[in-house]
Design a protein around this ligand. Sequence first.
Ligand code: HEM
Length: 560
Amino acid sequence: MASKKFSISCAGMVVYVAYKTVFKGASLGTLGLLWFLLLTVPWLSRALFRVLVYNNFLSPYRHLPQPSDRPHWFFGHFHHLHNEQLPGNSQLRWLEENPESPFVRYYGIFRRERLAPRSHAALQTILQTASYSFVKPDLTRKTLALIVGDGLINAEADSHRRQRKLLMPAFSFGHIKSLTPVFVEKSFALSKHIAGILDNDAVVSDEKVSSPGEKIIDLDPLVHATTLDIIFKAGFGTEFNALQNEDDKLVQAYRNVFTMRKITNWWRFEMAMEVFFGPGVIPTKRNKTVKASKRIIEKFATDLIREKQQKQKIATTFGKTSSTTDKDILNILIAEGKGALTDHEIRNNLMTFLAAGHETTSSATAIALYLLSKHPEVQSKLRAEIREHIPEYASYRSGDNNDPLASLTYEKIESMKYLNNFCRESLRLIPPVPVTSRQAAEDTMVDGVLVKKGTLIFIVIAAINQLKSLWGEDADKFNPDRWNNMSAEALSPYSFLTFIQGPRSCIGRRFSEIEFKCLLIALIGRFEFGERNPGEELALRSMVTTKFANGLSLKVKYAE
Ligand code: HEM
């Protein structure tokens, strides 16, 4: 970036000198064009050099297989990646075309090479054995910093090891288990909310498609608000009530940040400019919205930290501590002592956990409901299992004061085998984070290929999760029962990459798994979800996480 800033300033100086000498009296438009040409011509020449010479004759990866889809001269394979029904579909096709190769080579914007690993050996080296030799690329790090803060997810090497070690107690098995009542309480609040909509005669949805007792409800914002409430209470020991307050500024800020825009040529051009200038630099409408949202999130994080520090001070003064809240993420972040985090790290990690802690599980739950609406037989089987374990929940209505889920324990949840299979299958087939990227920080040998420093690697989680060589001929089918009878290939930790593997795997995996199950128990145990238009494929897009492009409107009614 420093060199980019340097080029921009140099181009500015050249234009200034030209204005004072050769172009005396030239209009601002002419000078702007001159500045733009000075900046872009070298880049375009480099792109041209890559297309005509480097990629074909000089690249150390020129012998690796490439996709059968032809790359665009400027955008490379970028336009394939954003024209698909499911994120990762194109890369899946490319990996399937080349079953023997550890990598497939394809191109991004400006025809920059990218390697997508396919073999378990390659994935193991990148994610596990040499994981610290593969860092987050500059563009990914800056995009993440804009959206989820510059915390653990962006840290590298020793800084990452230190922060991860410090935060681990908040994600220990015992602590996550102790959070079950919070997951249950908030999941029940969501079911109460939906029951309230169904019981309210004044709330009428699309009459044309509704049958009596059934309503069309966009579940996406409701699930999103609930997972936000969960991370607040379970992660930071604070009530937020986003479900009751959907118009809250923070709720809207996250919605604005994570919503994927329509894919147009203008969007593609903006993306190319982001690669050139860096994310968030050009004052586009989208960047202005993201920055305004980030300011709201930052202010919120600062206030929350201050409030918590004050509470902690009072508790220490009166000698009070609580074993559960001691381990909550925020308490650990602000704890003083050896290895303590700096103020910058505290605020950025709070933002990281706020975003990563709710957006992913929200996406997982919305996807699961969508799959269930398409597979009513799976939905019935799941409901039968839930009701077998919690019979009193079957007759729950919104006016009931008793909480029929109050008896739900961690052990009971974990004893639901079909639920477990269903969750894994849903997370496999449409992973909430479809792709992640790395850049080689040093030359490293990976499954027989010398990966040179600077090489961009794209780990396409959504594609690996669906490879036929690992998951069988029906890899693209939704089948929760597959988890009862797994092949040796599918059992490898490098076949199911939804939370990736290794030192940088998802620290919140256990947190989200139990949260996800509680949400499904509360929803499927009581309601039936059907497709709004039978057979309709809803468009999914990915902006870090996988989201429904136009919400998730499903038919909802009380289940018999
Ligand atoms: C279904 C839910 C979730 C999915 C699919 C998911 C997926 C992932 C993936 C793929 C990564 C690796 C990113 C990379 O290095 O490129 C990751 C990292 C991370 N996740 Fe999750 N996540 C989920 C839930 C959560 C929750 C609930 C939390 C927090 C409470 C969380 C916090 C984090 C953090 C902090 C990292 C960075 C870890 C590190 O670099 O050491 N995630 N997650």
